[in-house]
Design a protein around this ligand. Structure first.
Ligand code: 2RA
Length: 330
C-alpha cells in the first residue's frame, strides 16, 4: 500500500515511521513529505532509502493513506487536496478535530464510527487520548459526572526545539532559542499552547472538549489545567473523577486491567506506580495511584501516564490506519 507521511522529519513523523515499521504495516511504497528545504533528502524505512518529496508530488502520487503531523495550517490547506485524489488522511493536528462532519477517533473506543466516506479523520490530542482510554470503560460502568484533570506534560509535546531548549539548559547553555516564555529546566510552566477564552489555554480546551466527542457523551463536566514540565518520556495526568454511581475500587482496577491498551500499575506498598521515564517508547496507557477521594462520595483519584509521541500520536494514528485496512474502508 502506498502511504504518505506528511511531516516525516518532525518528532511525531519520525515516530510514525518507526511504528509503521514495528507493526509491519503493509507499506509497499513510502512517500515522505516535509518542507521544501528538505525535499531530496533521504530517509531510511524498512531497509530502503526514500527521497523526501514536495506536497504536490505526494498528492500526484495518490497514496492510499496519508498520515499528517505537520501543523494545523498545513493540514487545513493540503488534507482536502489529498482527499480529492482519493487518499484517506489521518491528521494529527487540531485542524479538523471538532468539525461536525469529521470523526475524532481512538480505535479502542469509537473506530466503529468510521466509514468509507471518511476521507479526513482526526487523531485526538495526545493528553486527550490517554485520558479517554481510562475514562471510557469507567463511564460505561459508573456514569461520569465530573472530571478534573491536571497534566504534567513532556517537552516532546512541543517539538524538537523544546527538547533542545531543555537539554541546553540542563548543560548550562542558556543561549539557545527559547521556545517557552521561561526556562523549563527546574521549572513548571502552567501554560501549554496559547491562552484562549476564559484564560484557559488551547491545550486545556482540547482536554475539556475532545473527550465528549470521542466518547459520544456530553452529560459530564470536565475541567483541566495543563502544565509543562522538564520531562521527555511522556505526559502524566492527575485525574479526579466523580461518578453518578458508587464504585468498588477492586472492580475499578479489574475493569481497567481488562481494558485493551491500558496497564494498571498500582501497588503503592511496593512503590509501584506509572512514571514517564518508564512509559517512553511504549504504546500502553499506564494507570495507578487509584484511590477513593475521601472528600466527596462516588469520587476517586488516579494517575495516568503515556508516551505522548506514541499512543498519544503516532501509534493511535497507525492503529486507525490498521482498522481502516482490516475493515476494508480503504
Ligand atoms: C503538547 N498536546 O503537548 C500538545 C501538542 N502535542 O504540547
Amino acid at each position: 500500500m502506498k502511504i504518505a507521511v506528511v511531516g516525516a522529519t518532525g518528532m511525531v513523523g519520525q515516530v510514525m515511521l518507526k511504528v509503521l515499521e514495528e507493526r509491519n504495516f503493509p507499506v509497499t511504497e513510502l512517500i515522505p513529505v516535509a518542507s521544501e528545504k528538505s525535499v531530496g533528502k533521504k530517509i531510511s524505512f524498512k531497509g530502503n532509502k526514500y527521497s523526501i518529496v514536495s506536497m504536490q508530488t505526494a498528492i500526484d502520487m495518490k497514496p492510499k493513506i496519508a498520515l499528517f503531523s505537520a501543523g494545523g495550517n498545513t493540514s487545513l490547506e493540503f488534507a482536502p487536496k489529498f482527499a480529492e485524489v482519493g487518499t484517506t488522511v489521518i491528521d494529527n493536528s487540531s485542524a479538523f478535530r471538532m468539525m461536525e462532519d469529521k470523526k475524532l477517533v481512538v480505535p479502542e473506543i469509537n473506530a466503529s464510527e468510521l466509514s468509507k466516506n471518511d476521507k479526513i479523520i482526526a487523531n485526538p490530542n495526545c493528553s486527550t487520548i490517554q485520558l479517554v482510554m481510562v475514562l471510557h470503560p469507567l463511564n460505561l460502568k459508573y456514569n461520569l459526572k465530573r472530571v478534573i484533570v491536571s497534566t504534567y506534560q513532556s517537552v516532546t509535546g512541543t517539538g524538537k526545539n523544546a527538547v533542545d531548549q531543555l537539554n541546553a539548559e540542563i548543560s548550562g547553555d542558556n543561549t539557545t532559542e527559547k521556545v517557552y516564555p521561561y526556562e523549563i529546566f527546574k521549572n513548571a510552566l502552567p501554560q501549554c499552547d496559547v491562552f484562549a477564552e476564559d484564560d484557559y489555554t488551547k491545550e486545556e480546551i482540547k482536554l475539556m472538549t475532545e473527550p465528549k466527542k470521542i466518547m459520544g457523551d456530553d452529560s459530564f463536566n470536565l475541567s483541566a489545567t495543563a502544565v509543562r514540565v522538564p520531562v521527555q518520556g511522556g505526559h502524566s495526568e492527575s485525574v479526579n473523577i466523580e461518578f453518578e454511581n458508587d464504585f468498588d475500587l477492586d472492580e475499578v482496577r479489574k475493569i481497567l486491567s481488562e481494558t485493551p491498551g491500558v496497564v494498571v500499575m498500582d501497588d503503592v506498598s511496593n512503590k509501584i506506580y506509572p512514571m514517564p521515564l518508564y512509559s517512553e517508547g511504549k504504546d500502553e496507557v499506564f494507570v495507578g495511584r487509584i484511590r477513593r477521594d475521601r472528600s466527596q462520595p462516588n469520587t476517586l483519584n488516579m494517575w495516568i501516564v503515556a508516551d505522548n509521541l506514541r499512543k498519544g500520536a503516532a501509534t493511535n494514528a497507525v492503529q486507525i490506519a490498521e482498522y481502516l485496512l482490516k475493515n476494508h474502508l480503504v
